[in-house]
Design a protein around this ligand. Structure first.
Ligand code: PLP
Length: 487
């Protein structure tokens, strides 16, 4: 009603003046940073943001990050800090953890990880400590590793460094931290990777179970960065239990769909996994950061994340996590999450009805993986041509990609950001149409030697302008941060 409208108008006007004044203060010290900040807003406002891992956090979340909580050291945990004067940080961290536990129905939450990768490192370390170190210490009747003799310590270190991890391969849609060899996770663990069925592009649980039986990992990692389908976490837990593995789920990409109850039952990782990690800035729409959720018995080891794995907590970001998680507990967030998934279907249908090929022939989460080889392009060429037309995506390998991880044959597109702006079915169908138009009008270039280039390309005359105009029409209808006026 009108009262709600008045309240929202007042928030808009406060937000506007907060940012006008903040930029003036920043400009008084380093005007180029104020200018870049202003420019970033203009750029985000005027482009079609389809990067599946990005979103637009609310002004309340953004404003929360810009405070004096940034000035405070707070190593340790709530009520148990290595620094004095942490009473307000305690309030903030306790609230962030409480919102996370309530929102996800998790017995325990840790709000300190600075990012998704950091959350995974904390989780790995906690699982190693829980499964290997703690039992070894108990057997030796030692309280901690400082009490071990040199020989005992050497034995334990060797054991910790020789554990097995089974995760989804990068080219099937897994993340670097799930055991990719060049990543720290691939070096700290004896790793193997599972993929997807070469025909269907779908997870093959029987093949995965067979691999797990043979390899007997300490940790089975589920979760993905570029897999366009839902995962059956009940089945994943069954496989983990059968081989004695700890199931860790990295829900960084789809945490918003879990929070918004689009993924429930077997598709909700929280009741099935021993440990769940996430970022807070993707579909969850919070500040850049991470979270670890866990079953109670892993809590003591996860709590030692900082300072044993992580640097000092970012209290200002934990405060913003608390605000974002409070938002995600509102009924509006469920509607948002459902719209994210519905829009991904509209986008997928928009591509397929125009003859474009998608990995797994569709989606049932927030992202689609478009195979651009049918347009005669590499992912790199497609990504660049689309960017010229104001469409921001990222190139991504497709399963068994002949062009490798650098040039790739795919484009990953996600709906969380534009759904926040208010895009619906018709707009996402139009987005698919515009993207197909760009790709149909992009020609691969040639190398200096005259061979086919994987990077250079030419975009047809006038295509970029036409697509930018069509996008502008939709973007103007759904303004980004309508409450912020910096003019
Ligand atoms: N885990 C998954 C599944 C991801 O997709 C990402 C994002 O790139 C990360 C972890 C890493 O998150 P961050 O960049 O916050 O460290």
């Amino acid at each position: 009603g009108t009262r709600l409208q008045r309240m929202s108008d007042r928030i808009d006007s406060l937000t506007s003046s907060a940012y006008q004044q903040a930029l003036e203060v920043i400009a008084s010290v380093e005007p180029r940073i104020a200018e870049a900040t202003r420019q970033e807003l203009d750029d985000q406002r005027s482009s079609l943001k389809l990067i599946a891992s990005e979103n637009y956090a609310s002004p309340a979340v953004l404003l929360t990050m810009g405070t004096w909580f940034s000035d405070k050291y707070a190593e340790g945990t709530v009520g148990h800090r290595f620094y004095a004067g942490c009473q307000n940080v305690d309030t903030v961290e306790a609230l962030a953890a409480e919102h996370a536990r309530e929102l996800f129905g998790a017995p325990y939450a840790y709000a300190q990880p600075h990012s998704g990768i950091d959350a995974n490192l904390v989780a790995y370390w906690a699982i190693l400590a829980h499964r290997v170190e703690t039992p070894a210490l108990a057997k030796l009747e030692a309280k901690n590793v400082n009490e071990l003799s040199a020989a005992q310590w050497e034995t334990l270190r060797n054991e910790l460094g020789n554990q097995r991890l089974l995760g989804m391969s990068l080219d099937a849609g897994g993340h670097l931290t799930h055991g990719f060899r060049p990543n720290i996770s691939g070096k700290m663990f004896h790793q193997q990777q599972y993929g997807t069925d070469p025909e269907t592009g779908l997870l093959d649980y029987d093949a995965l179970a067979a691999k797990a039986r043979e390899f007997k990992p300490l940790i089975l990692v589920a979760g993905y960065s570029a897999y366009p389908r839902r995962v059956d976490f009940a089945k994943m837990r069954e496989i983990a239990d059968e081989v004695g593995a700890t199931l860790m789920v990295d829900m960084a990409h789809f945490a918003g769909l879990v929070a918004g109850k689009v993924f429930t039952g077997d598709e909700d990782p929280v009741p099935h996994a021993h440990v769940v990690t996430t970022t807070t800035h993707k579909s969850l729409r919070g500040p850049r950061g991470g979270l670890v959720l866990a079953q109670e018995d892993f809590a003591p080891e996860v709590d030692r994340g900082c300072p044993m794995v992580l640097g000092g907590p970012l209290s200002h970001v934990m405060a913003a996590k608390a605000v974002a998680l409070a938002e995600a507990r509102q009924p509006e967030f469920r509607a948002y999450a459902q719209q994210v998934a519905d829009n991904a279907k509209s986008l997928a249908d928009g591509f397929m009805s125009r003859g474009a090929k998608l990995v797994t022939d569709g989606t049932d989460n927030h992202l689609v993986l478009l195979d651009v080889s049918g347009f005669g392009l590499t992912g790199r060429q497609a990504e660049s041509a689309l960017l010229d037309a104001g469409v921001v995506t990222n190139r991504n390998s497709v399963p068994q990609d002949p062009n490798g991880a650098w040039y790739t044959s795919g484009i990953r597109l996600g709906t969380p950001a534009l759904t926040t702006r208010g895009f619906g079915h018709d707009e996402f169908d139009r987005v698919a149409e515009l993207i197909v138009h760009v790709l149909q009008n992009t020609q691969p270039g040639t190398t200096k030697a005259g061979g086919p280039s994987k990077a250079s390309y030419t975009l047809g005359e006038g295509v970029a302008d036409k697509v930018r105009d069509a996008s502008a029409e939709m973007l103007d209808k759904h303004p980004l941060y309508p409450g912020i006026d910096l003019s």
